[in-house]
Design a protein around this ligand. Structure first.
Ligand SMILES: Nc1ncnc2c1ncn2[C@@H]1O[C@H](COP(=O)(O)OP(=O)(O)OP(=O)(O)O)[C@@H](O)[C@H]1O
Length: 244
C-alpha cells in the first residue's frame, strides 16, 4: 500500500507559522483537512504537492522524497487548486496537449473522456470557464496522468449541488482504484460522507488527526486533550460554523 507521509512539517511566514504537522495519507482512503480561513491548509497542501520547496520536516510520496526528488514526486501527485496556472487563452484540449507532455503517463484519450464525461467544453478558452468548470477541468487533467495521490484544495467550492454529489462519487471511484486523497473543504458535510480520517488545523497547529468513525463514536482521552468539547463530526460542524 502506498503512503504519502508528512513528518514534522513546518513553515514560517512573517505573520504566520505552520507548526510540526504530521499526517499520513494512505492509498484507497480520503483524509479531510479542515480549518478556518487562514489556518494553513493551502500552505500545507502546496508543501505536500512539491510546489513550495521552502519548509522544514520531511514529505515522502510512496517512498519518494518531495525535497530530494521533486520531479519524480510530482508524477505521483495530482494537485488541484485554484492557484494552479494553465494556458488560460487556450482551450482544454490544447492545455492537455501542451501540459500533458510534462507527465510521461498522461493519456490524451482518457483526458478527453474525463472532460466529456464531466460536461466540460473541449474547444472553449479556459478563461471563459466558471470556477466549477475550472475545478472539473483540473480534476480531469490530473486523473489523466494516473497519480497515486490527489491533493485537492477546496475542490467543491464553486460546484453546483448536483455536480458536488457527482464529484464525491468520482472521488469514491478513484479511491476504489487505489488512489489516496487529501482534500481541504469548508463543507464538513462533504467530509461527513466520505472522509476516513479528519485532520483539523487551527492557526497553523494540528489539533486533531483521527479516523472519522472514532469521531462518530466519541473520542478517547488523548483526543480530548487536543480539542475541548465533543468530537462527533456534527459537533465539529457546529464548532467550525457550518449550518447543516
Ligand atoms: N506567500 C505568503 N506570504 C506571507 N503570508 C502568507 C503567504 N501565503 C499565506 N500566508 C499566510 O499564511 C496563513 C495561512 O494561509 P493559508 O492560505 O494556508 O490558509 P488556509 O487555511 O488555506 O485559508 P483559506 O481557507 O482561507 O484558504 C495566512 O495567515 C496567510 O496570510
Amino acid at each position: 500500500m502506498a503512503r504519502l507521509i508528512c513528518e514534522n512539517v513546518g513553515k514560517t511566514y512573517q505573520e504566520f507559522e505552520l507548526k510540526n504537522i504530521s499526517l499520513t495519507v494512505e492509498s484507497g482512503y480520503l483524509t479531510g483537512l479542515l480549518g478556518l480561513n487562514g489556518a494553513g491548509k493551502s500552505t500545507l497542501l502546496r508543501i505536500l504537492a512539491g510546489v513550495d520547496p521552502l519548509f522544514t520536516g520531511t514529505v515522502t510520496v510512496d517512498g519518494t522524497d518531495v525535497s530530494a526528488q521533486p520531479a519524480e514526486a510530482k508524477q505521483k501527485i495530482g494537485f488541484v487548486s485554484e492557484e494552479r496556472q494553465f494556458f488560460w487563452e487556450m482551450d482544454a484540449l490544447e492545455n492537455g496537449e501542451l501540459l500533458g507532455q510534462l507527465y510521461p503517463d498522461f493519456d490524451q484519450v482518457q483526458f478527453r473522456g474525463w472532460l466529456q464525461g464531466m460536461g466540460i467544453p473541449i474547444n472553449q478558452p479556459l478563461y471563459q470557464f466558471s470556477k466549477g468548470m475550472k475545478m472539473k477541468f483540473q480534476l480531469g487533467f490530473v486523473l489523466s496522468y494516473h497519480p497515486q495521490f490527489l491533493l485537492l484544495d477546496e475542490p467543491t467550492s464553486g460546484l453546483d449541488p448536483i455536480f458536488r454529489r457527482d464529484f464525491l462519487k468520482i472521488l469514491r471511484d478513484v479511491m476504489d482504484l487505489g488512489m489516496g486523497i487529501l482534500m481541504t473543504t469548508h463543507l464538513m458535510s462533504d467530509l461527513d460522507r466520505i472522509a476516513d480520517v479528519i485532520v483539523v488545523l487551527d492557526h497553523g497547529e494540528q489539533k486533531l488527526n483521527e479516523h472519522s468513525d472514532v469521531l462518530e463514536n466519541g473520542a478517547g482521552a488523548e483526543i480530548e486533550a487536543l480539542l475541548t468539547g465533543k468530537f462527533r463530526i456534527r459537533d465539529l460542524l457546529e464548532k467550525y460554523g457550518e449550518t447543516v
